[in-house]
Write a protein of this length. Structure first.
Length: 452
């Protein structure tokens, strides 16, 4: 019985001893760390070894404090501080910290990527920080961590084109602002991350170390018609009769006929790059772009041999060479006389003279158009003039200008083409009343179809 009681007490003591030992050796580490029973402290977990395919997209895995980084395979890693080891709760307690607490600033929290990694491009960090630039990565501890020296004289190694800032991070050097570039005066400096580049001004291209003008006129089809190269640029020109469109490249025809109604006397015809003037039938264009009557009687006409050709504005007419009608006989060109010996002639004009004239359409009025004058003057006679026929609508007026002459006046505007035959009669009476005779001038007036 006594032996059984002793064994029971021994068992309770052993159980109590085991419970006490388990409590002493148990330590809780933060995420990314595990307990090292040999060194009696938390150590970093190498996720790159234990996490399958930790980084995606061809990135490489780099173990980091309490986590890992996914970086380009060509990245160069520059570490300026040693890897920290988490302190044990006992050590923290000895320094005045509460047992089981861990400083948050010792953890890398630069931004989580799929797989639990840390993005190297993150800029906001609470612990170890990553600086990127042209595949060079500087990893540094948080200066706020009391285990890291905050000495401002501490130097870090930066890649070419970067310099250390007051915050002990690598920042890009703007060579274009500092004037440390070697661009020429005819080049523009463009700052890049970690470097710079020299670009030629617009209209120039690089040839070796120099910028040379680009001859845009040799690269078709810049201009529609003519190209003029200038230093660093070019411009387009158009041939006469064309103008540049809004795009400054295309040449469009100038419709001169729309710009002015006074270019041509009759009709303006627009053509590509130019214009021409046209005249109606019977006219020809002269250098002044006006219409001039063609004298068909001097060139070609269809008059017979017994006809005479009479040219008028815009055409011609054929009249008989012998216009006399019985009892009149032809005595000279266009003059018909009634013989005194013929009894029929006693009540008829002694002579009829045929005349022809042409006037333009819509001639301004009043206008003197034809003068009649006695060819034979008798002594002691009085001459009077009148319009015998052809003035039924009052288009004409005969004004006597002297004892032996009169002027035919146009008092109404006439529109052609039209023909008027007006008989102008001169009465001759002796002062003693013993002699009376008359003669007629038969005037054919041809009104042209146009006002020119």
């Amino acid at each position: 019985m006594l032996q059984t009681l002793f064994l029971t007490m021994l068992t309770l003591v052993l159980v109590k001893s085991q419970d006490t030992e388990e409590t002493i050796t148990y330590t809780q580490c933060t995420d990314g760390y595990e307990w090292d029973p040999v060194r009696q402290q938390c150590k970093d977990i190498d996720e790159c070894d234990i996490v399958p395919d930790a980084c995606k997209g061809g990135m490489k895995c780099v173990n980091h404090y309490g986590g890992y980084l996914c970086l380009p395979k060509t990245a160069q890693i520059i570490v300026n501080n040693e890897q920290p080891q988490q302190e044990t709760p006992a050590a923290e307690a000895s320094s005045g910290a509460t047992a089981g607490s861990v400083a948050a600033s010792s953890m890398a929290t630069s931004g989580v990527v799929p797989g639990g990694g840390v993005m190297a491009s993150a800029t906001a960090v609470a612990g170890p920080e990553v600086q990127t630039g042209r595949n060079n990565f500087v990893i540094r501890r948080n200066p706020a961590d009391p285990r890291i020296s905050s000495n401002p004289s501490h130097r870090i190694q930066c890649a070419a084109g970067y310099e250390q800032s007051e915050q002990n991070v690598c920042q890009d050097i703007d060579e274009c602002t500092t004037g440390t570039h070697n661009c020429r005066v005819d080049q523009v400096c463009i700052n890049l991350r970690g470097t710079f580049t020299c670009q030629c001004l617009p209209g120039y291209q690089k040839r070796g170390e120099q910028c040379v003008d680009i001859d845009e006129c040799t690269v078709p089809p810049y201009c529609h018609q003519r190209c003029v190269n200038t230093p660093g640029s070019f411009y387009c020109q158009c041939s006469p009769g064309f103008q540049l469109a809004a795009n400054n490249y295309t040449c469009v025809d100038i419709d001169e006929c729309r710009t002015s109604s006074y270019l041509c006397q009759y009709q303006c015809v627009n053509e590509p790059g130019k214009f021409s003037c046209m005249c109606p039938q019977g006219y020809q264009v002269v250098r002044s772009r006006t219409c001039q009557d063609i004298n068909e009687c001097e060139t070609t006409n269809e008059c017979r041999e017994d006809e005479m050709c009479w040219n008028y504005h815009g055409g011609f007419r054929c009249y008989p060479r012998n216009p006399c009608q019985d009892p009149y006989v032809l005595t000279s060109e266009n003059r018909c006389v009634c013989p005194v010996s013929n009894a029929m002639c006693r009540e008829l004009p002694q002579s009829i003279v045929y005349k022809y004239m042409s006037i333009r359409s819509d001639r301004s009025v009043p206008s003197d158009i034809f003068q009649i004058q006695a060819t034979t003057i008798y002594a002691n006679t009085i001459n009077t003039f009148r319009i015998k026929s052809g003035n039924e609508n009052g288009e004409f007026y005969l004004r006597q200008t002297s004892p032996v002459s009169a002027m035919l006046v146009l008092v109404k505007s006439l529109s052609g083409p039209r023909e008027y035959i007006v008989d102008l009669e001169m009465l001759t009476v002796s002062s003693i009343g013993t002699f009376r005779t008359s003669s007629v001038l038969r005037l054919t007036i041809i009104v042209g179809p146009f006002s020119f």
